[in-house]
Design a protein around this ligand. Sequence first.
Ligand code: AMP
Length: 209
Amino acid sequence: MNIILLGPPGIGKGTIAKMISAKYRLPHISTGDLFRENIAKKTKLGDEAKKYMDAGKLVPDNLVIDMLADRLEKTDCKNGFILDGFPRTILQAKALDKIAKIDVVINFEASEKTTIKRLGGRRTCSKCGHIYHLENMPPKKDGICDKCGGRLYLRDDDKPEVIKQRLKTYNELTAPLIAYYSGKGLLKEINAEKTPKEIFEDVVGVLKQ
Ligand code: AMP
């Protein structure tokens, strides 16, 4: 099963992707995480991507597509994968069409107010990348990851000044993918105003079909 998770930043794609990954034993491929790994390792790709990420803009298509194509060649993708944060432009979607057959695109829908609240309250583990939310999914101990004891941090691009630009980028460049995949008959809509558990149950219902 080759799955794409679509929707605005902060809507909960990463959280749900991890839950699908655990249930169906499919790799969760987040292009944002791949860039953050490159930044942490101080690679050339990481240096280049950081400039765009810090500004709430998209990393140029060619860099993302090459990185994703390399990742999809790994053996763990042979039975399927979950894409989170890719594609983000029509050009990326067309490039993906050439390298993989997509089975379903799940589009997470919520109001802009919900999206902004989720992004601002999101906290990420600096060690294992697990995602928390100060109100909806707080850690047991303030600022500490339940899973690995790592320190939780507010991503630079989850700060208010960058959030505005990321939503603008989403509306201009990524939202057109909804019509693109709807036209291919692949789109399934999910109401993301609910709790993670409820959203996950709805997603499982869609995947069972
Ligand atoms: P995310 O973790 O998915 O919110 O991604 C964080 C940032 O990484 C985005 O705001 C972009 O700057 C960059 N990024 C991640 N995926 C892509 C992509 N498919 N195309 C372009 N930029 C991306």
